[in-house]
Ligand binder design. Structure first.
Ligand SMILES: C[S@@+](CC[C@H](N)C(=O)[O-])C[C@H]1O[C@@H](n2cnc3c(N)ncnc32)[C@H](O)[C@@H]1O
Length: 409
């Protein structure tokens, strides 16, 4: 592997761990590089973040004091390349030493990098405990589900997730069919090279995320609003079902991706760039509200989140979700249905948000799911669907989500 990708991966780790910036932002600011190098750098940084704790454990045995962050990141990267990716130690150590030599602030520690990495036994990496979630998130989950479930979630978060695809009705996507109708690839490679990509037969969408639209059950010709729509996985599902879709989102850059997705798949939707809290629209037969949230259900895809977020934005997110819910209800026809979902593991953004909604609007009726592949244990007593990363753990897990369908009187 060229050193350009390794150097970029270290820069990404510095941005996440040193500046607490999200990986997606840091990737956008990388110096111009070929797409393959960029993708390789991102993959390496993701792997290092997923395995940071075991890598640090191995390294700490050979370090008397912690070296500066960039040197630590060079070491961490080399450890995961050897222990997780199975790269030959000789080449990895040489590349790490070269990388340290190239940096003005790291060159004086190139000898240390060499000495430490030569003592690492990659085999001793196996069996080291997975990285625990941060306390602000872990504690409420342990209280709710117990230590065993939380450890199972953390084990799934430490593994590279599979790639899930949703196919248009009547089409198939590459990969194993899942019980809920999605397709799963364990070793996907380059997405745009997969069969059916150019033809727009399918799109990338986690199997859990795909259930929100199945729960809404869109019908041909229905007017449906997708109120936080970008980048558009759920918009595509709604449009593919034959609904007349209005896809709204606040973020123009994210709507660019939504339009690209519509164009590639040949599907149609009215696209609106607006703040949902100010927009006047409707009435609709059905509304999907995939609200902004802590995204704590997606840590296996975004292992940078625990290093960047501290839970402090939670109260503001909960308040925003509840204002959005009231707004969404106002856009529904009488008898219309609303699906509310968040990719969060936290009760505040799921079950508790529903009970507050029912207190504000007591005439709403919850309609519990009856969907192919959904196991009875995933449905809560209140009638919502609680999806956890450890569901289907042996097959690669799924994103954490809460989703519920209510009907307006
Ligand atoms: C969870 S993401 C949506 C993912 C999307 N439904 C999908 O399946 O691809 C939440 C979205 O809410 C949008 N958003 C945040 N605040 C908003 C607001 N006030 N009005 C409209 N959209 C908003 C964000 O830009 C973001 O795209």
């Amino acid at each position: 592997m060229a050193d350009e990708a390794r150097g970029m991966a270290v820069a990404l780790l510095d941005a996440v761990l040193g500046e607490r910036r999200l990986l997606s932002q840091a990737v956008g600011e990388l110096p111009s590089a070929g797409p393959a190098e960029r993708a390789r750098a991102q993959r390496l940084a993701l792997t290092a973040l997923r395995h940071l704790d075991p890598a640090d454990r191995l390294l700490s045995a050979h370090l008397r004091k912690a070296p500066p962050l960039t040197v630590r990141n060079i070491l961490r990267l080399a450890v995961v390349e050897m222990a997780v990716e199975g790269a030959a130690p000789h080449g990895v150590v040489n590349a790490a030493v070269d990388l340290a030599r190239r940096g003005r602030r790291t060159q004086h520690l190139a000898g240390l990098v060499n000495a430490v990495l030569r003592k690492i036994a990659p085999a001793s990496f196996a069996g080291l405990p997975a990285r625990p979630m941060p306390m602000w998130l872990r504690q409420p989950l342990v209280r709710r589900w117990g230590r065993g479930v939380v450890a199972a979630i953390e084990a799934v978060q430490a593994a590279a997730p599979p790639l899930d695809l949703t196919a248009k009705p009547g089409r198939i996507a590459p990969g194993e069919p899942l019980p809920t109708g999605s397709f799963r690839l364990r070793e996907p490679g380059q997405v745009s090279a997969l069969p059916g990509f150019e033809a727009g037969d399918w799109w990338v969408q986690d199997a859990a995320a795909a259930l929100a639209v199945r729960l809404l059950d869109p019908q041909p010709g229905e007017r449906i609003a997708d109120l936080c729509a970008a980048p558009g996985g759920k918009t595509l599902q709604l449009a593919a079902a034959g609904a007349e879709v209005t896809a709204l989102d606040l973020s123009e850059p994210r709507l660019v991706r939504l339009r690209e997705n519509l164009a590639r798949t040949g599907l149609q939707a009215e696209v609106v760039a607006a703040d949902l809290l100010a927009w006047q629209g409707g009435p609709f037969d059905a509304v999907l509200l995939d609200a902004p949230c802590s995204a704590t259900g997606t840590i296996r895809r975004h292992p940078d989140l625990p290093f960047v977020k501290d839970g402090s934005e939670l109260p503001a997110l909960v308040a925003l979700q509840s204002a959005m819910l009231d707004r969404a209800l106002g856009m529904l026809k009488p008898g219309g249905r609303l699906v509310f979902c968040t990719c969060s593991l936290l009760e505040e953004e799921g079950e508790a948000q529903l009970s507050a909604l029912l207190e504000r609007h007591p005439a709403l009726r919850v309609e519990p799911p009856s969907l192919a592949g959904v196991e009875p244990g995933w449905v809560g007593p209140e009638g919502g669907l609680r999806l956890r990363p450890d569901h289907w753990a042996e097959a690669g897990g799924m994103d954490g989500f809460y989703m519920v369908r209510v009907r307006k009187p």
